[in-house]
Structure formats: C-alpha cells, structure tokens
Design a protein around this ligand. Structure first.
Ligand SMILES: Nc1nc2c(ncn2[C@@H]2O[C@H](COP(=O)(O)OP(=O)(O)O)[C@@H](O)[C@H]2O)c(=O)[nH]1
Ligand SMILES: Nc1ncnc2c1ncn2[C@@H]1O[C@H](COP(=O)(O)OP(=O)(O)O)[C@@H](O)[C@H]1O
Length: 211
C-alpha cells in the first residue's frame, strides 16, 4: 500500500503522464505519432524501443528503434533493463527503462508504441499512462495499407493480419483503452487525437514555459 503510494508519487514527479499507443500493425500509429511529434516537438518525446527485427529502408537506429540481436535483447531482459518486452510476428520488442526515463527527464509527454501484450504488461507497472487505441476502418483497408506500405514479406503480412484480428477483439473489451480512434481519413483521425490530448498538451506547454 505504502510502496504503491510512493511509487505513484515518484512516477508523478518524473514528469507528465505518458501516452501508450496500440492497435494493429498498419492501422497508422507511426503516421499519426510522427505528425504529432512534428507539430509539438517540445511537448512529446518518443520512447525508442528495442527490436530484433531488421531496419526498414529509411528507419534510423536510435530514432525509430534500437536494433539489436536476439542475444543482446535477451541479456537486457535478464539484467532487468526493460519495463516490458514481447514477441511479435517472430521478433522481440521491448521498452527499456532508459528509453522512458530519457523522455521524462526532459519533462516531455512520453509516447510509447506497443502491441497488445505491451499494453497488458504496462498495466501491471506504475507507469500509469493514458491508453489510446488506433484502429483501421476495416480488415480490408488494413490489408491494403499494409500491402501498399511494401515493408512486409507475404509471410510477415499474414502474421500481422492474424495478430490484428486478435488485437481488434481485445481492444473492443471495455476498460482496456481510454480512447479509441478509427483512422479512416488521416486528417480527421489526427484532429480527434489532438483533442484527446488537448489538456495534457496545454499543461506541458505551461510548465515548460515557466521553467
Ligand atoms: N510490447 C511492445 N511492442 C512493441 C514495442 N515497440 C513496437 N512494438 C509493437 O510491435 C509491433 C510491430 O512493430 P513494427 O515491426 O514496427 O511494425 P508496424 O507496426 O507494422 O510498423 C507493433 O504492434 C508495435 O506497436 C515495444 O517496445 N514493446
Ligand atoms: N488515414 C490513412 N489513410 C490512408 N493511408 C494511411 C492512413 N494512415 C496511415 N496510412 C498508411 O498506411 C500504412 C500503415 O501506416 P503506419 O503508420 O505505418 O501504421 P502502424 O505504425 O500502425 O503500423 C502507411 O503506408 C501509411 O502511410
């Protein structure tokens, strides 16, 4: 009880409330997050995850992900470097404590992009974030977007679509997410996202201006 109080107290002291984004691969999380961080670069900071998957063309090590081998990742997990980690579509992904602390130390809203296992595991921690789900308008649209993105092999695409079906069902369960955004038209979805974060954005702007 007291431990819980103190850890909540200290996590509140660590900076503004983080925001966790989740939703099927191809739903548009990265697109929306990049837009948000471009418009509010002094308000949000991205928690750079570790992954064992290969970088895609254009992705930058240390910016999109920290790209590591499975051995390195496992060693990090064993050392207790990670808040959470998960296996997704044949690769490991995880949020390191350092990634979140780096953002919080700058008094920015820490953005995490994690799969459904990440959401479940983060719920067991004291991070206490706002949970936002980004959903595609339909499975058909999701498949088309993933194919058009041209980043996946047929095997990887099928794995992502299978995971998406499961994720979409869990995401509908009441109480899992605070906000659910259907990303049909990008500009409309972005407006909904900004209005969901309005109070937090204003709060950080005020605090950071006066310090
Ligand atoms: N649990 C967990 N999931 C992550 C993490 N980083 C990314 N993911 C998730 O891993 C899945 C695959 O990500 P990625 O390979 O970048 O593919 P994309 O989502 O199709 O662009 C997505 O659902 C991400 O939200 C992490 O640190 N922890
Ligand atoms: N509202 C939208 N309308 C059409 N295409 C979109 C929309 N949002 C995202 N996309 C495209 O769909 C693909 C998947 O989006 P992405 O942001 O990579 O998804 P995620 O990060 O959730 O895997 C990308 O090629 C992106 O440009």
């Amino acid at each position: 009880m007291y431990m819980r109080f103190f850890s909540r107290f200290f996590s509140a002291m660590a900076g503004p409330r983080p925001v966790v984004f989740s939703g099927p691969s191809g739903a548009g999380k990265s697109t929306l997050l990049k837009k948000l961080m471009k418009e509010y670069d002094n308000v949000f900071g991205f928690s750079v995850s570790h992954t064992t998957r290969n970088p895609r063309p254009g992705e930058v090590n240390g910016k999109d992900y920290h790209y590591v081998t499975r051995e390195e990742m496992k060693a990090g997990v064993e050392r207790g470097d990670f808040i959470e980690s998960a296996e997704f579509s044949g690769n490991m992904y995880g949020t390191s404590k350092a990634a979140v602390q780096k953002v919080q130390a700058q008094n920015l809203i820490c953005i995490l992009d994690v799969d459904m296992q990440g959401v479940k595991n983060i719920k067991e921690t004291d991070l206490n974030p706002l949970y936002i789900s980004i959903q595609p308008p339909s499975m058909e649209v999701l498949e088309n977007r993933l194919r058009d993105r041209k980043t996946e092999s047929e095997e990887s695409l099928q794995k992502r679509l299978r995971a998406a079906k499961v994720d979409m069902e869990i995401g509908k369960e009441p109480g899992v997410f605070d906000v659910i955004i259907v990303n049909d038209n990008l500009e409309d979805a972005y407006k909904v996202l900004k209005s969901a974060l309005n109070e937090e954005i204003d709060q950080v702007k005020k605090t950071n201006m006066s310090s």
